[in-house]
Write a protein that binds this ligand. Sequence first.
Ligand code: ADE
Length: 267
Amino acid sequence: MRFDILTLFPAMFTGPFTESILKRAQQAGHLEIALHDIRHYARDRHKSADDYPFGGGAGMVMKPEVIYQALADVLGYGEQALADLDTLIPPPPDRPPVIAMSPAGEVFSQRIAEELAQHPRIVLVCGHYEGIDERVRECCIDRELSIGDYVLTGGELAAMVVVDAVARLQPGVLAAASTAEESHSDYLLEYPHYTRPATWRGHTIPDVLVSGHHGNVARWRHEQRLLRTLQRRPDLLSKAPLSARDREYLRQHGWSTSAPGDEQGIR
Ligand code: ADE
């Protein structure tokens, strides 16, 4: 899978993309990440990518032409889009999704990561200052994503989060089984993990894990997922695919659903 990232600060991506799993995934050819410096597309001699907002107010706005030129180049809108500054050439229809990072976007989730992982290529635009000019957003951005209800200094950290979450779902990036039963994969949180030694500073591990009985281990892990979700994120239970047995187990542990969507956790 290929990610094209449009940013004013390409150097910020060193570290997250040059270490560990994402580094190995790129070396192995599972992942391609291309960073494009938006400032490179600024035409004036100061290479300015932002300007004052019409109507006044605090902050600066990213200039539409700079973003448009960057997108036109990266996505191949054609020579006319780059040369003719009076005409808005619509993006080619078969282009990859263009996603802007913004605190006003849809909140990113594991579902969205799974959806994006189906594309062979996506383009991420990192906003800065007060954001990007509305006209370029309207013409050329397919979707806006927020990584949470807080405001960052720019979209770069958010883009890194999206790339990481989507890249690890690509075949070959992680061991095949590691994403199957993890937190959020089916709206249930992950079960607890233990490693050697079996007794650590007087604390032991659940007997079932050394019983050698795979069926019992699987059942215990599933029940732990239910219990953890009930205790920590009861709001997820209304979306989780629960069997009648799961529901009964949860009820025995204090789950009460007075109304649909009104799941109460236990404290
Ligand atoms: N830019 C600033 N804050 C952001 C957020 N929460 N998510 C995505 N992009 C952002």
